[in-house]
Design a protein. Structure first.
Length: 277
């Protein structure tokens, strides 16, 4: 069920002109609007890719459909899209929300960390998983993520008075250009889907590091794609339903080709995998 948007917080950077909104469920969402400049298909891509990543065990924000009413828009006049010198009103209706990992007034979320900190991110192996997933899903963008400090729920070994272990975690965000972006197709450029910084791949020593992820993609159940498809509201499709079905059929056919795509990537950028021998 959609969650009602309650309050505008701030505008986010980026081509889709996402806005951070507080919602009636007491959480905050980075919201991409149905009539954003990149088109409605990027909402479909976000929703489907998020569902698949979660199944694969790759950290990515929870998602929701955000319902925006006319009354909300009248109360929050900062919510609009800017196209060159003209303003485009956000349409009332259903939009895509990517959950902010806490209270934005208290939790700092970073787009970038220095390499020395990235190397200590607790779930950094997820960058290998998401490379496999992005190759499968034909993400034509660079892999984007956010970082924040979180309590891992573990206790520091041997400490006198145990303190919860705090570490940086990464969450994979921005899947708008999975499935070729608004084009819907699979272009398979060797560098597509690579993260912006090579440090996330420095621990790769061989295929063994990718195998668990390749295995999960290759053996995923067909119902998973149906489930992902059912998460898409009709209002985002606007006659695109049949094409989406064809896209998902192609996606299913590609599930065993991921290793080939990663091999092409390594060949195109060997220096990004310096320890892969
Ligand atoms: N779930 C989230 N939690 C916290 N911050 C987020 C989340 N999703 C997105 N952001 C922030 O919002 C910014 C814009 O999001 P995103 O990259 O998805 O939009 P975009 O318009 O596709 O951006 P670009 O065109 O720059 O790639 C990100 O750079 C990130 O800082
Ligand atoms: Mg982005």
């Amino acid at each position: 069920m959609p969650v009602l948007a309650r309050q505008f917080v701030r505008k986010m950077r980026g081509g889709a002109q996402a806005h951070l909104l507080e919602a009636e469920d007491g959480r905050w969402y980075v919201v991409k609007f149905r009539n954003n400049p990149q088109g409605a298909r990027i909402l479909v891509n976000e929703m489907i890719a998020s569902h698949l990543l979660r199944y694969l065990g790759i950290a990515t924000p929870e998602t929701a459909i955000l319902s925006i009413t006319q009354e909300f828009l009248e109360r929050n006049s900062e919510v609009y899209l800017q196209l060159g010198s003209t303003r485009r009103a956000v349409e009332p209706g259903w939009h895509f929300g990517s959950c902010y990992p806490g209270d934005p007034a208290r939790l700092a979320v970073y787009d970038f960390l220095p390499d020395t900190l990235v190397a200590q991110v607790a779930n950094r192996s997820h960058f290998l998983g998401v490379l496999a997933a992005d190759k499968w899903m034909g993400n034509v963008d660079a892999r984007q993520s956010v970082y924040f400090r979180a309590q891992l729920g573990e206790w520091a070994a041997g400490a006198e008075s145990p303190t919860p272990k705090v570490a940086f975690l990464a969450q994979m965000i921005d899947h708008g250009y999975a499935f070729g972006g608004p084009e819907w197709g699979f272009q398979d450029g060797p560098l597509h889907g690579l993260a912006l910084r090579p440090v996330v791949y420095q621990e790769v020593r061989g295929w063994r590091d990718f195998e668990p992820w390749l295995e999960r993609v290759a053996t995923l159940p067909a119902e998973l794609l149906d489930e992902a498809r059912r998460r898409i509201p009709e209002s985002w499709l606007d006659g695109d339903g049949d094409e989406l079905d064809r896209l998902l059929e192609k996606l299913w056919q590609r599930r065993r080709q991921v290793a080939d795509r990663i091999a092409e990537c390594r060949q195109a950028r060997p220096s990004w995998f310096p320890n892969w021998t």
